[in-house]
Design a protein around this ligand. Structure first.
Ligand code: GDP
Ligand code: MG
Length: 371
């Protein structure tokens, strides 16, 4: 059942709340500005005021936001893989992400200033790029997927060679399977005296993951995040897997992506880290991010540098959002600023309705937009 508060309705018509309450009374409906009325009642009020009503449906919103699907194949260009690190607690996810970060040739040149913005990209000496989601843990992965954001191309499963497969390892395997993301196993802590990589490979068999060494197709790499051993080999395997996936996107279109992280910062306002999935985001673009909208005031990359644009698979901090979206929210550029605002308002209303009990009767699949 969809509805609108009397106050919201008054705002959308640019009428006074008290006048709307009076009009409702005339129609035999007693409601205060904070109360909710159903869509049909609202329609009556709108016509009483002599306004026109336009209804926006969920599918209109989706149509406006999701446009890359229409892109012809020939416009697609190769893009870097997006990688998520998962595994049991203390097996070395954070250590591995930190170690991989140091393999970036660009941040080395820039003096090694790194920002923790929820994702980072490394440029390898050969010129290839890999994007890592810097939010290890299954919650972040699940939260994003629940919001419909399927951003991960490849899962790195970290298993400590001295500890083997543990409950959260199994959980991670299941998450990767549900998301249909290929798994590369990083057998970590191989520097430790008790390390037994082959035991890990044997344990993987119980979960239908057959290592290449055992005649299967699962790539395993023996690493040490602590000593930095075999990180280049792990990256090589990521690139190999990425090649098989034929990851592509069209950079020459309006940007679409997903919010990886968002927060309100003193002096900067709302800041969201967005992973661009299609197109190129530019300073000045107007956009919708979940139930928020904005105009890009500045773009900051993972090395803290101001940039003018960000293409597919690039994580970027976006300044200029009107509110703070949530991790996993969709992000899409739309040329029409009014449309951005309209979609954000529509979604905010939907959120409010979901969180407050709706007193009014009637069901309606559409909602009011411009009046
Ligand atoms: P997470 O919980 O999976 O993020 O694990 P951490 O990265 O926090 O690592 C847990 C502990 O294992 C820390 O004390 C790390 O120093 C240690 N550790 C991580 N990687 C290695 C490794 O390759 N070798 C050794 N010996 N210790 C490691
Ligand atoms: Mg950690």
């Amino acid at each position: 059942p969809e509805a609108i508060t009397v106050g919201d309705l008054a705002n959308r018509m640019a009428e006074r709340g008290g006048d709307v309450v009076k009009t409702l009374m005339k129609l035999g409906v007693m409601a205060t500005v904070n109360q909710t009325i159903d869509a049909d009642t609202a329609e009556l009020v709108i016509s009483e005021f002599g306004h026109r009503m336009k209804r926006v449906s969920e599918s209109d919103v989706e149509d406006a936001l999701i446009q890359h699907q229409d892109d012809p194949e020939e416009l697609q260009k190769p893009r870097p893989p997006v990688v998520t690190v998962m595994g049991h607690v203390d097996h070395g996810k954070t250590s591995l992400l930190d170690a991989l970060r140091t393999t970036d040739v660009v941040s080395g040149e820039a003096g090694g200033i790194t920002q923790h913005i929820g994702a980072y990209q490394v440029e390898l000496s050969g010129g290839d790029h890999i994007t890592f989601l810097d939010t290890p843990g299954h919650e972040a992965f699940t939260a994003m997927r629940q919001r419909g954001a399927n951003v991960t191309d490849i899962v790195i499963l970290v298993v400590a060679a001295d500890d083997g497969i543990r409950p959260q390892t199994v959980e991670a395997i299941n998450h990767a399977k549900v998301a249909k993301a290929p798994i590369i196993v990083a057998i970590n802590k191989c520097d430790k005296p008790g390390a037994d990589p082959n035991r890990v490979r044997t344990q993987l068999l119980d979960h239908e993951l057959v290592a290449e060494e055992m005649g299967g197709d699962i790539i395993t790499v023996e690493v040490s995040a602590l000593k930095g051993t075999n990180l280049d080999k792990l990256e090589e395997m990521i690139l190999l897997q990425a090649e098989l996936l034929e990851l592509k996107a069209n950079p020459d279109r309006r940007a679409e992506g997903a919010v990886v992280e968002a927060k309100l910062e003193k002096g900067r306002g709302s800041v969201a880290t967005v992973l661009i999935q299609h197109g190129t985001l530019k300073v000045g673009d107007t956009f919708v991010a979940g139930a928020e909208w904005g105009r890009v005031r500045a773009l900051i990359d993972d090395k803290g540098r101001n940039i003018k644009e960000a293409g597919p698979s690039t994580p970027v901090e976006v300044l200029g959002i009107q509110g703070t979206p949530s991790a996993g929210d969709d992000f899409a550029v739309l040329e029409d600023e009014a449309k951005c605002r309209e979609i954000a308002e529509y979604r905010q209303r939907k959120h409010r309705e979901a969180s407050t009990s709706v007193a009014a009767r009637g069901t309606l699949e559409q909602m009011f937009s411009q009046i």
